[in-house]
Design a binder for this molecule. Sequence first.
Ligand code: RRO
Length: 313
Amino acid sequence: MKTTFKLGNVEFKNRVLVASGTFGYGDEVADSININGLGGLITKSLTPKPREGNPPSRIVETASGMINSIGLANIGVEKFVEEKLPLLNNFDTVIVVNVAGSTVEEYCRVIEKLEQVEGIDAYEINVSCPNVKEGGLNFGTNVKATAEITKEVRRRTMKPVIVKLTPNVTRVSEFGIAAEAEGADAVSLINTLVGLAVDVKTRKPKISTVTGGLSGPAIKPVALAKVYEVVQALKIPVIGIGGIFTVEDALEFLIVGAVAVQVGTANFIDPASAIHIAEGIEKYCSENNIEDVQQIIGSLDTSTCIPIIKSWL
Ligand code: RRO
């Protein structure tokens, strides 16, 4: 049974990665789960300098998901290289560093620093953080800025570049097309949807920044529709993210056309979720006489449907 896939020269052992911001830098769970069972590990977003992030409350649970407003809290690229990367290099899985910044120049500084060290396989460029004033969504909701960041990052590395897209736009495929045109190797989506929760006793927002990013099972159907849209519009691979908790959830994204998936919010309940899902995909394939997971990808049968939206662009 073949479970592997490649992005550029990088081979992933299976199709299930852990999403940025839901797995720290891997060190906190390294003793309790088998990290080598992951298709890949994506770090929390790194910026040139450490960031404290937003004040509390910055996480709240909702009926079928959670809202976060972490505000890009991270240890900064230098501390990551000194203190976290050596541990990550002990693992036999693909290491993807998620990169963020307030300006194009900041993204470039992170890449330039990381290009000087060994042990990083690929980059995910976060143009989609919903919770910071500068950068983040400002880039991710502006096609030109998305193109510019992709172009500048591409000039600085030969490693695979994955651009992570926000769903908080009208037509997400326009952003995918811009990233593809500037040399991205893949896109990943969706980042969180802007959400709001209110405490009716105090009549205050439950999150210090009023709104935050909604994730979890609530967003899966939105994510599937956005992935479907982008798969139709792009030639480069699409990585699906959004409320994946079960093997079936992951299979839905693969069937719609994602080459791989990322498990996010589920890690807060069980950090081994992605490993169980990867094992479950393998089981599904062997039970259905599928020799290569690739055979499932894009196998969605719409022949009996009348698509409401036929052309996305
Ligand atoms: O740190 C955050 O608040 C955050 C980020 Br960078 C992101 O990309 N998505 C999200 O939901 N939260």
